[in-house]
Design a protein around this ligand. Sequence first.
Ligand SMILES: *Cc1c(COP(=O)(O)O)cnc(C)c1O
Length: 224
Amino acid sequence: MNTIADNIKAIENQLSQGVRLVAVSKFHPVEMVRQAYDAGQRIFGENHVQELVAKAPQLPDDIQWHMIGHLQTNKVRMLMPHVDMIQSVDSIKLLRTIEKEAARIDRTVDVLLQLHVAREETKTGFATGELLSALSVGELDNIPHVRVRGLMAMATNTDDQQQIEREFQLVNDTFRLIKDEFYAGHDEFDQISMGMSDDWPLAVKHGATLVRVGSAIFGPRQYK
Ligand SMILES: *Cc1c(COP(=O)(O)O)cnc(C)c1O
């Protein structure tokens, strides 16, 4: 059986330069995160606030924790001391809350804007038009404690590779459009987070700079 270290090494060997691996450790115990850490992994993704907040203090300080799941505004305060990047910003209200809570503890936090491109209605995120109009009317202005680093997205859960590739390319096109229109000259707007265990090579092909991989590193999750 492959170890966590083997799995990380295998993925790292295939990643292009400039693409970073987010190890998605949700539902996996601290000991498994530690094994990944010992193999050199430093970026970890969680999708529940309680789980991230419980794990972070038990693990080394140089881990970068990324929040990748839907985030409720009333959990932002609890999350803020522990998180390095919030990838799952899916509303202006959430963005404003993040600004307020980051300011309250005098820090700056990186975020990605989550774009809804999948066919499933259950997946959260901004519709493209909604995000573009929010940007146009200045709803993302005046957030000095937030650094908008780019976009995050999830493809439809399907075996249709062409569908997945179309969605990833759409994210890439939207990233470029937003960069040119609203973040030209902002070097920090440079990240596209997309791709999971089954589709990360396709995501990289279409411009991902962060891939979020869980089961291909840690094995199947045990949902309790
Ligand atoms: C769980 C999760 C992943 C990782 O999924 P795997 O299929 O286990 O690689 C990636 N992104 C998000 C948002 C997730 O919730």
